[in-house]
Design a binder for this molecule. Sequence first.
Ligand code: AMP
Length: 121
Amino acid sequence: MSDTIFTKIINREIPAEIIYEDDSVLAFNDIAPQAPIHFLVIPKKPIATINDIEEEDREVMGHLYFVAAKIAKDQGFADEGYRVVMNCNKFGGQTVYHLHLHVLAGKPMGWPPYQDTLKVE
Ligand code: AMP
């Protein structure tokens, strides 16, 4: 898989507001926030999409959720609630092909999450 912008963030080749890092994951604020709080949690291993998760990735996939909840608790919005989203491929609205959890918080969110059908080519 070729490098995406997220690999460049991991390698500190481009800047990002990094809020958490350990051996296997990185979390940073989304550059175009869709809620008062919006950050991404990514594996350091560049897995392109949910469809590309391998047996060996089971641990890091669970760890993404553990870290999302840890940051939610640390930032004080865990009890209030939040949304965790992972988009997959074109119809899922994925734009960066390095798998990532979106964590959105700080306001009540409606359901279903879409307002209109995504326009895809
Ligand atoms: P998705 O559409 O699910 O693939 O989400 C990709 C997300 O990455 C979007 O919410 C973008 O705003 C975000 N994003 C793209 N480039 C950057 C960047 N350089 N720093 C932080 N977030 C970014």
